[in-house]
Design a protein around this ligand. Structure first.
Ligand code: DC
Length: 396
């Protein structure tokens, strides 16, 4: 693994019915990032292939059927945590993909190398755009090998069948437990024995056998793995001196009251580029604005991974040696252009209010006027750390 920051992607892999979907959503909710249900992509694709004339019990689909289905499956993602939603051609994927038959059809088409190539591209494109909890079969092994945290959930076939039955009943459907268990075993064989991207844990995955665990215990185990992976992430901003580490909360407070920050970018040449910026922190993301073109805009379009640092409370001290009291926060994350007009206006108003609170009444009109000729960007933090050397509190 190279020393570049690992992707802010948590992978959750495992066999059918291991509780991946429920837990992945819960973890995404806790982290405030989108959840990608890759099984839903295979299910949607399988149904599109059937629509294109493919019979999953017969021989494989022809080139034309595959082409038609691929063209119909334009995936995108909306929302975070429990509101994460996979869209196909701009519309949320429907409930018709959630049947056991759709699951079997998905497992049948998932063995095809063309299908895996197509889904790999679609999944990586989403991973390039968002931090993710990515749930599936080969997320940690094939799709996101540089994910910073990998989890593999397993459970006995019987327990998985019982969980599936409860889910079906909750959705108002009934089924025979033996039939479900059989389907699960069949699906395991297909998923584990296919030549292309078979189901198996990544070498660096944390394996959790959930057979005798309830959902809360599994959730706690995954979050522990996330915290440990975060602490071990090979990122430049990792603390060397633990006594100077501040809580994440303190770093957030510092970003809130900091005046200016420095945005560090990598344009792919051997010359890094950094610029000072005015910024505002709102709902966990950092907004800044700039002219719609220029060197920074060009670099960010090619590589949106950045680091952003802020320093406050500086005070030179001499106490037998030269030093400085200070507090600082460093963010590693990705930058996205804000295209939604309402969000853009809100960010411009927040910036105006932060820097000129005495003219806050004019911020709305200024934001309206600036919409066209100003670009606004959102930094989504993936790692946040703080470091401080503060003046000791006076004795007594
Ligand atoms: O997780 P699920 O039951 O919704 O997945 C349906 C099928 O899709 C599963 O049996 C195999 C396939 N699949 C896959 O091969 N790779 C993934 N990343 C996700 C699902």
């Amino acid at each position: 693994m190279t020393e570049r920051a690992r992707s802010m992607i948590v992978t959750v892999d495992g066999p059918a019915g291991a509780g991946k979907s429920t837990l992945a959503v819960r973890v995404a909710e806790e982290l405030g990032i989108p959840c990608l249900d890759t099984g839903a992509m295979f299910r949607t694709l399988a149904l599109e292939l059937q629509r294109a004339g493919f019979d999953p019990t017969g021989s494989g689909p022809g080139a034309q059927e595959l082409e038609r289905a691929f063209a119909a499956c334009v995936f995108s993602l909306e929302g975070v945590g429990a509101s994460s939603c996979l869209l196909c051609r701009g519309r949320p994927v429907g409930d018709e993909i959630r049947t056991e038959q759709a699951g079997m059809a998905a497992a049948a088409v998932a063995v095809l190398p063309e299908v895996r190539e197509f889904t790999k591209k679609a999944q990586r494109a989403l991973g390039d755009k968002y931090p993710l909890v990515a749930e599936g079969r080969d997320m940690g092994t094939v799709i996101f090998p540089d994910a910073f945290c990998k989890v593999y959930l397993s459970a006995s076939a019987r327990v998985r069948a019982e969980r599936r039955l409860l889910q079906l009943r909750a959705a108002g459907r009934d089924a025979d437990i033996r039939e479900i268990e059989e389907l699960i075993r069949e699906r395991d064989v297909r998923d584990e024995s296919r030549a292309s991207a078979p189901l198996r844990p990544a070498d660096d995955a944390v394996i959790i056998d959930t057979t005798d665990m309830d959902a809360d215990a599994v959730f706690a185990a995954i979050m522990r793995a996330v915290r440990e992976a975060r602490a071990a992430a090979p990122v430049a901003v990792r603390m060397r001196r633990r006594d100077r580490e501040m809580e994440r909360q303190s770093a957030t407070d510092l970003l809130k009251r900091g005046e200016y920050g420095v945005l560090g970018m990598d344009d792919g040449s051997s010359w890094p580029y950094a610029v000072p910026l005015s910024y505002v922190l709102s709902d966990g993301v950092i907004y800044f604005h700039c002219a719609p073109s220029g060197r920074k805009v060009g670099i960010l379009a090619r590589n949106n991974r950045v680091c952003f640092t802020v320093v406050t409370d500086t005070e030179p001290v001499y106490d037998k040696s030269f030093s400085t009291y200070y507090a600082s926060a460093a963010v590693v994350g990705r930058v996205f252009p804000v295209v939604d007009e309402e969000e853009k206006k809100r960010a411009l108003v927040l910036l105006a209010e932060k820097y000129s609170p005495e003219h806050a009444d004019k911020a709305g009109a200024y934001a309206e006027r600036s919409l066209k000729n100003t670009a606004v960007y959102r930094i989504v933090p993936e790692l946040l750390s703080g470091k401080a050397k503060l003046r000791p509190a006076p004795d007594g």
